[in-house]
Design a protein around this ligand. Structure first.
Ligand code: HEC
Ligand code: HEC
Length: 253
């Protein structure tokens, strides 16, 4: 099922307009966020009050990656959940929630949320051993040209049918849209790119690494190395010129 066109960038812009507490990457403004009273220990309430604005009601259909996703919950390490909620992700809209970082939550509330995600939404049917590992090889933005070249080949078989040969978006009237967009990619860490390629966005109609929907007939699931090569390719698109803005500088003496 394809959901109404919600792109990450557009949704983030809408969140900004609605003043939902989003602040630009790297500039947390914790004072704007509601304080959660320390005695509240109910997962549903904590999640609702602190997370749904970005991750969506029930952990799906938000502008940020879905947390209520069986593949994601099968592969994400518990320590990573605790770490990202405590400290946020630098350079992305994911804020730090720990009080000592001026966030709104106590340590034990963060623990209740981190553990609650798997308790509430993890499926017992999926086994981690059959899935690619969660952690991305290149955490930083820098990726090698060899990886980027390998990524292009994988992109052609696994992504181009929907996103266009170079990620420029489909020429057909309907979505999906452009993903070689520096403004979109600069809001997403390499870890999130890897995760999106593994899990897809079932809420928006993007298939997982293993599903052949909308892909060539002989499609085979992506390997872990192929996924990292794709991350390298998408990361390299962060550095291309902004859309429509070919800037020429005329320097006069
Ligand atoms: C202002 C928007 C915003 C809010 C509020 C927010 N998140 Fe996030 N979150 C994001 C974004 C954006 C990312 C992806 C960051 C990246 O690119 O690495 C993210 C990533 C994550 C991840 C890692 C997901 C992955 O695929 O690896 C977890 C876990 C997470 N958030 C949990 C939470 C929880 C729990 C809350 C509430 C306590 C919360 N977030 C609140 C925006 C938000
Ligand atoms: C069957 C079609 C299809 C295929 C194949 C596909 N995607 Fe997508 N992708 C989508 C849809 C639909 C969205 C939702 C956003 C939109 O509509 O533009 C999306 C969104 C994305 C996003 C933005 C994620 C977000 O959270 O907003 C990225 C990045 C992405 N795709 C990368 C890829 C990569 C890399 C591949 C190849 C491994 C791929 N996609 C294959 C349909 C597809």
């Amino acid at each position: 099922m394809r959901h109404a066109a919600v792109t990450y960038g557009a949704a983030l812009a809408a969140m900004l307009a609605a003043g939902c507490g989003y602040t630009p990457p790297g500039k947390p403004n914790p004072a704007d966020r509601p304080r959660t009273p320390a005695q509240i220990t109910d997962f549903d309430f904590l999640f609702q009050q602190n997370c749904t604005g970005c991750h969506g009601d029930d952990g799906k259909f938000g502008p940020a990656p879905p947390l209520n996703d069986p593949i994601f919950l099968a592969i994400v390490p518990d320590a990573e959940l605790l770490d990202v909620i405590t400290n946020g992700r630098d350079g992305t809209p994911m804020p730090a929630f720990a009080r000592r970082l001026e966030g709104p939550l106590e340590e034990d509330q963060i623990k209740i949320i981190a553990e609650g995600l798997k308790k509430h939404w993890k499926s017992s049917k999926l086994s981690e051993d059959k899935l690619p590992p969660y952690t991305v090889a290149a955490k930083d933005e820098a990726t090698s040209t060899a990886d980027t070249e390998a990524g292009k080949k994988v992109f052609a078989r696994a992504c181009a049918s929907c996103h266009g040969d170079n990620g420029q978006g489909s020429s057909e009237g309907h979505k999906p849209g452009r993903i070689n967009d520096p403004d979109l990619l600069s809001l997403m860490s390499n870890q999130t790119l890897r995760r999106i390629i593994i899990t897809g966005r079932p809420d928006l109609g993007m298939p997982s690494f293993a599903e052949d929907d909308g892909r060539p007939g002989d499609y085979q699931p992506l390997t872990s190395e192929e996924i990292d090569a794709l991350v390298a390719l998408l990361a390299s698109w962060r550095n291309q010129p902004r859309s429509g803005a070919t800037v020429t500088l005329n320097v006069r003496k």
